[in-house]
Design a protein around this ligand. Structure first.
Ligand SMILES: Nc1ncnc2c1ncn2[C@@H]1O[C@H](COP(=O)(O)OP(=O)(O)OP(=O)(O)O)[C@@H](O)[C@H]1O
Ligand SMILES: [Mg+2]
Length: 396
């Protein structure tokens, strides 16, 4: 089974791309499911077909599904949340605050991913295309099942004390034994899900961008974090590129010129990942025919179900007191490396190649000491964190 997950800033074209990929995959003969967790039903809109919380067959090999995350959470998490909230309340916490704390950040997405994974198995699909991959919080939650276990452990910890006081009350709500079972099942589920999502043979993350500054920046941030935590990225979709013949008139020409700059930036920034381009269509895109057109234009003779890139896009390792970031840049010619660091941004120039990087927090607080470009790999060394300069205390 293959899992293809699209991610990117709001409105860049994730749903359209996911649906187009799924249509293309089905055309190529794969048993395909495209699934969305968007409450706005935009996948149903793109496919121009009503969808339901369970997969609906759309063509011979294509199924679509729109998961209702809230329902899922209520069904599988409602009890646990009530339970957590009850425990927190018994510890003197205000009711609303207790309810709020009982919500584990990113849990909703984890629950829907667990559901998707189950579905993919049960439905015997060759490929599942996920419209909108998990966001930062979920990535973190998945990367550190400890976060989740920490939460679970807390509940267990409270149990002996709290139960003395709260048992009758809690029991009245939910039998505690069930809760431990639920927690254990969930912890195991999350662990297995994490393995699936980290397995480069199964999962592929694809970034969707437009030739626009902020969109690209956000995608870089996502790429950095995915790479940092070892989630396999295998390509970038550059959506809404103005076709050359569209650039008539001063306004359009200027727009096309700006796009060209950002288009080049996308190639520079995301190398060595493959970039698939999709033109900006001058009409409302809807239905399977349109999606097939987009899917074809996007992937041409590439099979979008296959893994399109293997290997690391960046790697961060610790060397004694320092951190080294390694970036494979196979298409860059050898040249003098210059770099400038500003907060969590790092500008690098090698000859006429430029990259404006977003650094993860662990590197952002460290000075970039030196950079070496060798055998197609750029190595950047980060030293000790800069000491925080506190304002001088003035004697009273
Ligand atoms: N290449 C394109 N040319 C023209 N219109 C496009 C293109 N790609 C997407 N659109 C249109 O832009 C709108 C937003 O696209 P889409 O819903 O796929 O984005 P999204 O990233 O899923 O958004 P959200 O973050 O809200 O889920 C839709 O109306 C879609 O039809
Ligand atoms: Mg969408």
């Amino acid at each position: 089974m293959r899992l293809i997950l699209y991610l990117g800033k709001g409105g860049v074209g994730k749903t359209t791309t996911a649906a187009a990929t799924a249509v293309r995959a089905a055309e190529l003969g794969y048993r395909t499911l495209v699934v969305s967790t968007d409450v706005a039903h935009s996948l149903a809109d793109a496919l121009d077909q009503p969808l339901e919380p369970m997969p609906i067959q759309l063509t011979e090999r294509l199924w679509g599904q729109e998961i209702n995350v809230l329902d899922e959470v209520r069904q599988h998490w409602g009890q646990l949340r009530t339970y957590l909230a009850t425990l927190l309340r018994r510890r003197g916490m205000d009711e609303v605050a207790a309810e709020e704390l009982a919500i584990i950040p990113g849990m909703e997405e984890v629950v829907s991913l667990l559901h998707i994974r189950r579905q993919a198995r049960d439905g015997n699909f060759d490929v599942v295309v996920v419209d909108a991959a998990p966001t930062g919080e979920t990535v973190r939650l998945l990367t550190m099942p400890e976060t989740f276990q920490w939460y679970a452990a807390r509940v267990m910890d409270w149990e002996p004390n709290t139960l003395k006081v709260a048992r009758p009350l809690v029991k009245a709500l939910v039998p505690a034994a069930d809760m431990f079972e639920t927690l254990e099942r969930l912890t195991k589920g999350v662990e297995a899900l994490r393995e699936t999502l980290l397995d480069a043979d199964v999962s592929s993350y694809r970034l969707v961008v437009n030739p626009e500054r902020m969109v690209i920046k956000e995608a870089q941030r996502a790429a950095t974090y995915l790479a940092l935590f070892g989630y396999p990225i295998d390509g970038v979709v550059l959506n809404r590129v103005l076709p050359p013949d569209a650039a008539e008139g001063a306004f359009m020409q200027e727009l096309a010129r700006i796009q060209q700059t950002y288009r080049q930036q996308v190639y520079d920034l995301f190398a060595p990942l493959p970039i698939w381009e999709s033109p900006h269509y001058a009409r409302d895109l809807r239905g399977l025919e349109d999606l097939s057109l987009i899917g074809n234009a996007l992937f041409k003779d590439v099979d979008p179900v296959k893994v399109q890139f293997r290997g690391t896009t960046q790697e961060i390792i610790r060397e004694g007191d320092e951190y080294v970031m390694r970036l494979p840049l196979p298409h860059v010619e050898i040249g003098k490396v210059t770099m400038t660091k500003r907060g969590d941004e790092l500008f690098i120039e090698i000859g006429n190649f430029r990259r404006d990087m977003i650094l993860p927090t662990v590197l952002a607080e460290r000075p970039a000491r030196r950079a070496v470009f060798r055998k197609g790999v750029l190595e950047i060394w980060f030293g000790h964190p800069e000491p925080v300069s506190l304002p001088q205390e003035t004697p009273m």
